[in-house]
Design a protein around this ligand. Structure first.
Ligand code: AHM
Ligand code: MG
Length: 328
């Protein structure tokens, strides 16, 4: 007997039909999944084809651009354009807003290759995206949406072949790539309640540069949990979704070289922090910034805005949020 698996597209079709929705979102998701597969293909053969090096450029955020950053950006834009459903896109790899189709229905915010330090080694990176819907009835409402207004957010862990999608008020689901390059076998993901499996994930080299309250919390609590850090948000967050715990990238405020402080945080709000915050909410978790404010409530002022991030199991994030809300 052949064992057939439900494909992502079939899962989504049924979801849309059940909720009486249009097919536009399906067409957009088909484009995003095509981009994810194509990036996966380019990355898998990247070392052999000499594509894992630097592009010799520095992006608008002052960071070294890798060849794969550019390839992944180009691939994603191609598919977003051909979907015909996107009005504007915001990419980590592009300074300005990318105007695509004035008739489009969706805003897409994406980081096509997140976790750049893993690229030269061919180790896991992420393709992260958030989707908001344009206001079709009223006046044009711009593209700067808070995460709570996203209708979906997702991430591919590449080249691992996993895809996770959070759907507004409908849960978070994980899929695996099969031999035919289809994402299959939907599984609903709920962050585990049991602290026994919880993990902490942060760049330990930075710990003495954090706010004193955060340092104290780490000292008092770290021995209770396992510690894991891959250096690529999608991979670290993927573990968390399955095991529970908390990923954090706190503000850097006590660096011995004050020029290296990052009081605004490192990660980007619209296409990194809000994406994992959305997925986490749909999996029963939560996410806050350095003031203990929910990430999904932050109204971005600019599209490459940064934020500190604490995301994961609700109880643990609430614990650190109450520490952060108290004045130092
Ligand atoms: P990038 O967009 O330049 O790749 O940076 C984002 C990445 C995240 O994926 C990861 O969680 C974090 O930066 C790691 O930073 P660090 O190397 O400082 O630990
Ligand atoms: Mg990034």
């Amino acid at each position: 007997m052949i064992r057939f698996e439900q494909t992502f597209m079939n899962f989504l079709l049924q979801h849309q039909e059940k909720h009486g929705r249009t097919y536009h979102f399906l067409i957009l998701m088909d484009a995003i999944v095509s981009a994810g597969k194509y990036i996966q293909h380019y990355y898998l053969t990247g070392a052999l084809k000499g594509r894992l090096g630097s592009a010799g450029d520095v992006n608008v955020q002052g960071e070294e651009v890798m060849q794969m950053d550019q390839i992944a950006h180009e691939i994603t834009l191609h598919y977003l354009k051909t979907s015909g459903r996107v009005i504007h896109a915001v990419s980590e790899e592009s300074d300005g807003i990318i105007e695509i189709n004035p008739e489009g229905r969706y805003f897409v915010y994406f980081d096509p290759m997140d976790g750049s330090s893993n690229i030269p080694h061919g180790l896991p990176i992420g393709f992260l995206f958030g989707i908001a819907k344009r206001n079709l009835e009223g006046p044009e409402d711009g593209h700067l949406r808070a995460g709570k207004e996203y209708i979906a957010a997702g991430m591919f862990v590449i080249p691992t072949g996993t895809f996770t999608l959070g759907l507004k008020e409908a849960g978070t689901y994980q899929f695996h790539i099969d031999e035919t390059m289809n994402f299959v076998r939907p599984r609903r993901v709920v962050l585990p309640d049991d602290p026994k499996t919880w993990e902490l994930s942060f760049n330990a080299a930075n710990r003495h540069t954090y706010d004193e309250r955060v340092q104290k919390w780490i000292e008092e609590n770290e021995s209770r949990y396992a510690f894991r850090y891959l250096g690529a948000l999608a991979g670290d967050f993927h573990r968390l979704l399955n095991n529970g715990g908390m990923f954090m990238y706190p503000a850097i405020v006590n660096h011995p070289n004050p020029k290296k402080n990052r009081p605004e945080g490192k990660l980007r709000l619209m296409y990194e922090a809000s994406v994992v915050a959305f997925i986490s909410r749909e999996a029963g978790g939560m996410a806050v910034d350095e003031t203990g404010t929910p990430i999904l409530d932050i109204q971005p002022k600019k599209h490459h805005q940064r934020t500190a991030l604490y995301v994961g199991s609700k109880k643990l994030v609430e614990e650190i949020a109450s520490v952060l809300r108290k004045s130092s």
